[in-house]
Write a new protein. Structure first.
Length: 302
């Protein structure tokens, strides 16, 4: 059962990655992508009343727990901001593989903070998944160029913060409950969004963007945030049923879905995405998918 929830993340996040790239290229080419985080915060704020009604125990948490759970939400938003700055510089299928380093960070942090020690079978599965998806970041062909160092730094920072946020979420979700932790995580995200809007320059940019593209931004961002939220909730729930490092490894297959969606878009909507569909590249991606599938089988075992 946990594996089903764990896979909601990769599938939905892959779709969201392509939407993020479309939004950044179409509407934020001359604006700071930090403004996208305001939409993420707004979606969380809209959901808060429903969680409060469904789980009134959310307000019974201690001050220290509330502070750290909210910090987890702020950390997640910070990680997403680093990711958006990276995707502003590179293609979606180039950025996605770097999320797999979060598995390594999660494995270490889960051992350090949660005492989770996966068996060698699961560690081997994690290794296979990480190796397979990181291989997708290797560029081949005469027209290829190396991924820029700034992009690598941005994504390494993003994945470390995502791993820390995930481990903190499980730490408090296990000790309190899932919905209370989710509620205060969303509060932290809302605070992050409020801080962005409190800056005059960002507030002016946000107003200009909304006036120029009100319907498109609200519709596309709203749908994208719900997709992203669904993936995040599914993975967080899965982390309560299985070791968080193993769930992170399964989630790392996002890269394969990003590539798959990119191929489909290249065929049917080339204006939205373009992937290298040459035979060597497709063969390399196919081998990576097979190795990742083997890793998932190992990681999902006992």
């Amino acid at each position: 059962m946990w594996l089903l929830f764990a896979f909601t993340g990769p599938v939905l996040w892959a779709a969201s990655t392509h939407i993020d790239k479309f939004l950044v290229d179409r509407y934020f080419a001359d604006s700071d992508p930090a403004l996208l985080m305001v939409f993420t915060a707004l979606v969380g704020v809209l959901i808060l009343p429903f969680i409060a009604i469904f789980a009134p125990q959310t307000f019974a948490q201690g001050a220290a727990a509330i502070t750290v759970m909210s910090l987890s939400g702020m950390l997640y938003m910070g990680a997403m901001l680093l990711y958006l700055r990276a995707i502003q510089r590179e293609e979606a299928s180039v950025i996605a593989p770097f999320f797999q380093t979060s598995t390594i960070f999660t494995l270490f942090l889960a051992w350090l903070l949660l005492g989770e020690t996966p068996g060698w079978r699961r560690i081997a599965g994690v290794a296979l998944i990480v190796v397979s998806v990181m291989s997708l970041a290797i560029r081949t062909g005469g027209h290829s160029r190396a991924v820029r160092g700034r992009t690598i730094l941005l994504m390494t920072g993003a994945t470390f913060v995502v791993a820390l946020s995930s481990v903190l979420f499980k730490y408090f979700a296990v000790r309190s409950d899932y919905w209370s932790t989710t509620f205060w995580t969303f509060v932290g995200e809302a605070v992050f969004g409020a801080i962005i809007l409190a800056m005059p320059s960002y507030r002016r940019q946000f107003g200009v963007l909304l006036r120029a593209n009100t319907k498109a931004l609200l519709a596309i961002n709203g749908a994208n945030e719900l997709i992203n939220l669904g993936g995040g909730l599914g993975v967080r729930f899965a982390s309560l049923l299985a070791p968080v490092a193993v769930v992170s490894a399964v989630s790392s297959t996002t890269t394969l879905f990003v590539f798959g969606f990119g191929v489909l878009l290249s065929w049917f909507a080339p204006g939205l995405s373009r992937e290298d569909l040459s035979r060597p590249n497709l063969l390399r991606k196919g081998i990576a998918a097979a190795v990742a599938a083997a890793g998932v089988v190992l990681a999902s075992g006992g």
